[in-house]
Design a protein around this ligand. Structure first.
Ligand SMILES: [Mg+2]
Length: 343
């Protein structure tokens, strides 16, 4: 029986990259395939903002098994990188390759990372849970972590997404309904999960979310401000830690790098959200440090947290770039470089 592999990659769309995929059918049965079993494969870079150079997908990441309700449709998920036509030079949109290089220098610091990905369901052009015409749903309040058909919308999709993620081996650690009707969050990564793995799993979990949504006729968006007005935005919190004795740069360095990433062109979606009447959350938009939650103008350190074996834990709010563009490979690279002085 043939092996079906879904080649998944991050495209070159700016400022918010999209996830793409195409299905490769290989005639042989691969019971326990190695990544080397999945060959390079070409795609049309002119349709993914990766032209003209990108014509090859490299299966240099990991694969996960995605059993579908019909075993006959089960397939392998292969998280890919994009290379130039020579098949070895990373394409400029390939931020995973950059992170790989930086991680090689940071291995001794034992970094780990966790993402909290918020998203909003839409039924066509209408947010799920919103009526086709007025009146609008009740004001926000009961929806966060709510229960009941009058408070949560789309749970069947969320539960199916959780199921396929776990079956695919994704490091999912939790889900919850969010503040706006039809808005949800999943968490992945965490202690012991390296930055590459967590980032790969985030993209795979996003792909599975969109794909599962197809079966229900429901789309999911990561739009930071999906509904104008007094409705919550959505974003991606990042939690990060290193070994307790890791050398961390002074806060000024953190601020400069993180602020430097807040380029207008890259930060536009986030500013849109932050500029609304109801901001994404009520915390300062700059760096937060677990335990103190001090604002960036005051000195701050990475404090040990007893829940993490005495390790420090750094938390970036969802408004922090490049998290607002959900570019997890970039987020990891910036964090490693700034906290470990690898610039
Ligand atoms: Mg949240």
């Amino acid at each position: 029986m043939a092996t079906i592999a879904e080649y998944i990659w991050v495209d070159g769309t700016h400022p918010t990259a999209l996830v793409r995929s195409k299905t490769k059918i290989m005639p042989e049965t691969l019971e326990a395939p190695d990544l080397s079993d999945f060959p390079l494969w070409a795609f049309d870079g002119s349709s993914t903002n990766q032209a003209p150079a990108a014509t090859a997908i490299g299966s240099s990441s990991r694969s996960a098994w995605w059993p579908t309700p019909s075993a006959a449709r089960a397939r392998r998920l292969v998280m890919c990188e994009v290379f130039e036509p020579d098949g070895t030079t990373a394409h400029k949109s390939n931020k995973r390759a950059v992170l790989r290089e930086v991680m090689a220098k940071a291995a001794a610091q034992e970094p780990w990372i966790a993402f909290e990905q918020e998203y909003t369901f839409f039924d066509g052009s209408k947010p799920l849970g919103f009526p086709c015409r007025a009146p609008l749903p009740r004001p926000q309040g009961p929806y966060y972590c709510g229960v009941g058909a009058d408070e949560v919308y789309g749970r069947e999709v969320v539960e199916e997404h959780m199921k396929v993620c776990l079956e695919a081996g994704i490091h999912l650690t939790g889900i919850n309904a969010e503040v706006m009707p039809g808005q949800w969050e999943f968490q992945c990564g965490g202690p012991g999960v390296d930055l590459l793995t967590a980032s790969d799993h985030l993209w795979l979990a996003r792909w599975l979310l969109y794909r599962v949504g197809e079966d229900y006729g429901i789309s999911a968006t990561l739009d930071p401000k999906p509904v104008p007005g007094d409705w919550n935005g959505a974003g991606m919190h990042t939690n990060y830690s290193t070994a307790p004795d890791a050398h961390h740069r002074r806060p000024r360095r953190h601020r400069g790098r993180l602020r430097g990433a807040r380029h207008p062109a890259r930060g536009a979606p986030g500013r849109l959200r932050l500029g609304q009447r109801r901001p994404p959350d009520r915390r300062p938009r700059d760096l937060l440090v677990q335990g103190l939650q001090v604002r960036h103008r005051r000195p701050h350190r990475v404090h040990p947290h007893p829940a993490h074996g005495g390790r420090g834990r750094l938390r970036l709010p969802r408004g922090s770039p490049p998290g607002r563009q959900r570019r997890s490979y970039d987020v990891c690279t910036v964090l490693l470089k700034t906290t470990l002085g690898l610039w």
